[in-house]
Every structure is written in C-alpha cells, then in structure tokens.
Design a protein around this ligand. Structure first.
Ligand SMILES: NC(=O)c1ccc[n+]([C@@H]2O[C@H](COP(=O)([O-])OP(=O)(O)OC[C@H]3O[C@@H](n4cnc5c(N)ncnc54)[C@H](OP(=O)(O)O)[C@@H]3O)[C@@H](O)[C@H]2O)c1
Length: 300
C-alpha cells in the first residue's frame, strides 16, 4: 500500500512563525508542501518542500501561483491551505504593483484572492487557516478600524497601525466568509483564523529600527509581567506559535463547532469571540463583495 499523502500549500513559510509551522508539518513524511516565496526569501532546507515564486504585493503573481499549484498536486486535493504571510510597515506610503496600500495588498487582498482561487482545489475535509491578529479588535487595540471600508483601506487606511489592524480584520472576515459558504459545508472544509498574539523574535517588525526590535526581545520578561494586567501583552515565542499553527492546520487542534477564531492568549490556545465587527454578517458580506471587485472576481 502506498503511503497516504497529505498536501500543504502555504504562504509565509520562510521566516518566523510560519517557518516553525512548516518544519513541524513536514516532519511528518506524508506531507508534500508547496510554498509560495519571494526570490529573496531564505529557502527552507526541508524534505518534501517545493518552492514556487510568489510576491504577494502583485495580484498577477498571486494568479500565476494559484494557476501553477494544481499541476504540482499530483492529482490530490489540498488538505491544508495555510495563508500565514504578513508584513507590517512604518508608514502607509508604499504601494503594491496594483496601486494599493502595501499592508492591505499583501496581508489581505492577496490572501483573499489566493483563497478564492484555490478553494476549488481543496480536498474534501480540508482545512484553511489564515493568520490574523488580536489587533483587529478595538477592545484590545484602540487603533483597530471601527467599520469595514475596503476601498478606503486600499488607498488611505490612516496610520500604519490602523492599516495593519484593518488587514488582519480582513483575514478574519475572509475566514468567517469562507466558513459561511454553502460549498464549504458540503465539502466539510474547516476555515480557521489564527491569532498567534504578540510574538517576539520574528521578522515582522523588520521595517522598524533594529534597536527597537532588540529592546522588544530583551524586554520579554517585562511584557510577560505586564500581561497579568493586559493579556495581549504576553510575548509568545515563534516556536510555540508555529507549533499551534501547524496543529490547527493538520487537525490535531480543532475549534468548537461554529467557531472560526482561534487565539493564543497568554500562550494558551483559546476560542474566544472575535470583535463584534468580525462577527457581523453584513461586514463579512461587504468585505467579500468589495474584495471581489478589487480583484476582478465575481462576488459569488
Ligand atoms: N509577530 C507577531 O507579533 C504577530 C502577532 C499577530 C499576528 N502575526 C502574524 O503572523 C504571521 C507571520 O508573521 P511573523 O511574525 O512570523 O513574521 P515574519 O517572520 O516576518 O514572517 C512573515 C512571512 O511573510 C512573508 N512575506 C511577507 N511579505 C511577503 C510578500 N510580499 N510576498 C510573499 N511573502 C511575504 C515573509 O517572507 P520573506 O521570508 O520573504 O520575508 C515571511 O515568510 C503574519 O501574518 C503576521 O501578521 C504576527
């Protein structure tokens, strides 16, 4: 009997949380991984990993990646689609190849398009995990957006902090919208939005001064102490966040029925309700429809 294969398609597998998740998932020899990565990325030296070019700042590259994936699946469906790549910038001046604000374009719009293009290639019972953040929630992060405004976020999202939080709300609403699709239920596909929480020692803040990043890492014990008052200040490690991401992707961990949001709070995996906005079906619909419009897809 040939070994059963489990297929993984992933973004953000070359650094930080995603690199640990990839290492864990491919430690199981049944895993065949196809990762999208920029030419400048560190290539993972792991067995069973194919690397295809993907810069999420270009929608045409997202389309080319999505078109190339089925040919690499060897006739199998995708068991695990992990959309983990993300970036944070100091300001909102940079634009994507398509003219959108870069945080919005890379974190949300590219992943929205990729999820929609790859949905037909998902295996029965497959799992889609998008990495979000608790910064989507105004109760936790005061610069989080108070409403969905896809066109505004695409052009002038306000501060860099709001741009990041809005993009992570986009990831969360995308996961909620996928979970609500009739075809997702028919094909028993699970959609999850994973918040790793504040995680030190990754490349996420690479756009910020090195001294600030070093200070943040050195102050981990202080953050952990402060988290007794504000749980969101608990500083996680990329190893632990990567392990939980892998477990959510391969089904070792599963949210309770009807829950999409999985959140590491003080290092423990919890399944809280996301922000009120993230639970609003009208917000979900608006994000889905306007993102479809910007990516040239039909709303359904
Ligand atoms: N660290 C935190 O405190 C924290 C908290 C909440 C949520 N998150 C989320 O966790 C996820 C992983 O972040 P991390 O902290 O592990 O950061 P990281 O080490 O910087 O990893 C980010 C990953 O995204 C990839 N990426 C960034 N821009 C890309 C682009 N234009 N095209 C293709 N790939 C791109 C990077 O590829 P390269 O190797 O080419 O750079 C890298 O693999 C992100 O979605 C982030 O928003 C992080």
């Amino acid at each position: 009997m040939p070994e059963p294969v489990r297929t993984l398609v992933m973004t953000g597998a070359t650094s930080g949380i995603g690199a640990y998740a990839l290492a864990r998932l491919t430690a199981d020899v049944r895993t065949r991984a196809i990762i999208g990565a920029r030419p400048s990325s560190t290539r993972p030296a792991l067995d069973g990993v194919q690397v295809l070019p993907l810069d999420l700042s270009s929608l045409s590259q997202v389309r080319a990646f999505a078109a190339a994936v089925p040919g690499r699946l060897g006739g199998e469906g995708i068991d695990m689609l992990v959309l983990n790549a993300g970036a944070q910038f100091r300001n909102t001046s940079a634009r994507s190849a398509d003219g959108f604000e870069l945080t919005f374009a890379v974190n949300h719009l590219a992943h929205y398009l990729l999820a929609r293009l790859l949905l037909p290639a998902m295996a029965q019972g497959g799992r889609i995990v998008l990495t979000t953040s608790d910064t989507h929630d105004p109760a936790i992060f005061r610069r989080a957006p108070a409403r969905v405004d896809v066109r505004g976020w695409a052009q002038a999202p306000g501060s860099a902090a709001t741009a990041y939080a809005a993009s992570k709300l986009g990831n969360l609403l995308t996961a909620e919208a996928i979970a609500a699709l009739p075809e997702t239920a028919e094909r028993e596909i699970t959609a999850i939005a994973f918040n790793p929480g504040l995680t030190g020692g990754t490349g996420l803040s690479r756009d910020f001064p090195a001294a600030l990043r070093q200070a943040m890492r050195a102050l981990r014990p202080v953050f952990i102490l402060l988290s007794r008052l504000r749980p969101q200040l608990y500083m996680n490690t990329p190893e632990h966040a990567g392990q939980v991401l892998a477990q959510l992707a391969d089904g070792t961990l599963t949210p309770p029925a009807s829950h999409v949001y999985a959140s590491l709070v003080r290092g423990q995996l919890t399944y809280p309700d996301p922000s009120a906005l993230a639970q609003d079906p009208a917000a979900r619909e608006e994000l889905w429809r306007d993102s479809a419009d910007l990516t040239g897809l039909p709303a359904r």
